[in-house]
Write a protein that binds this ligand. Structure first.
Ligand code: 5RP
Length: 235
């Protein structure tokens, strides 16, 4: 599985991951998200045995945890983490203020918890992730308590009448896709992307919403790689 995961990646993401590795000091607490860039970071980390053995590493992602374990790294569960020196994660898109749209994987709630306890939340990826303002190319993913599903769907339809709203269904069985936390996941495809600040508040205010996949004013750095090399971007 690990080989398949790695083979899907582009080299710019490897460059960004290598730059991220240089930020990590021995004995630090490190959080990792999901995706191909993070898989590169795990690979790079695993190659530095001494550094890796000194770290406390946690992840929001089952796949990343499996990758960490397959490389012989020790993993701490998020429930035992109340501070991190660094949280590294990929994203689908980020804007000039480092607001990021994330998580086709539906694991944004734990990602956001880890990002929020980190002294530094760093977005990693290739140049293609950087946009002047967030677009509607990706859906907003919303994690919802099962008992609030219908109420939240109605609220979403009222707030965004022109959006396409789709509950995630399982491809393995006849039923809803259940999140890692036992909740429902809904994708909202906007006809036009709302302003991130307004969107963040509107969705969070709906009772029954656990969290959504817009990371509003949380990241404090991005490392991106492209034709012109590796760059750090600040908000
Ligand atoms: C996880 C994410 C991923 O980081 C995102 O899908 C992009 O990952 P990749 O590094 O493969 O481009 O948002 O929640």
């Amino acid at each position: 599985m690990a080989d398949y995961y790695i083979s899907c990646m582009a080299d710019y993401k490897l460059e960004a991951a290598k730059a991220a590795l240089k930020l990590i000091a021995p004995y630090q607490y490190i959080g990792l998200g999901a995706g191909s860039t993070i898989a590169y970071l795990v690979q790079a980390l695993a190659a530095d045995n001494q550094l890796a053995a000194s770290l406390t590493v946690t992840s929001s992602s089952f796949k990343t945890n499996q990758l960490l374990l397959s490389h012989g790294l020790k993993v701490q569960v998020p429930a035992l983490i109340d501070k991190l020196d660094w949280y590294f994660d990929g994203c689908d898109q980020f804007d000039a203020e480092l607001n990021a749209l994330k998580s086709g994987g539906g694991i944004h709630t734990t990602e956001k918890i880890l990002a929020s306890v980190a002294s530094n939340f760093v977005l990693l990826g290739d140049d293609a992730k950087r946009v002047p303002t967030l677009t509607n190319a990706y859906p907003l993913v919303i994690e919802i308590l099962p008992q609030a599903l219908q109420i939240v769907l109605r609220e979403l339809h009222d707030l965004y009448p022109s959006a396409k709203i789709a509950q995630r269904m399982s491809t393995q069985k006849d039923g809803a896709l259940i999140s890692d936390n036992g909740n429902m996941l809904v994708d909202v495809y906007f006809a036009e992307m709302p302003s991130p600040g307004v969107l963040n508040t509107q969705i969070k205010m709906i009772p029954g919403v656990v969290d959504h996949s817009l990371f509003y004013q949380i990241a404090n750095k991005a490392i991106i790689a492209g034709e012109s090399g590796v760059r750090e971007v600040l908000p």
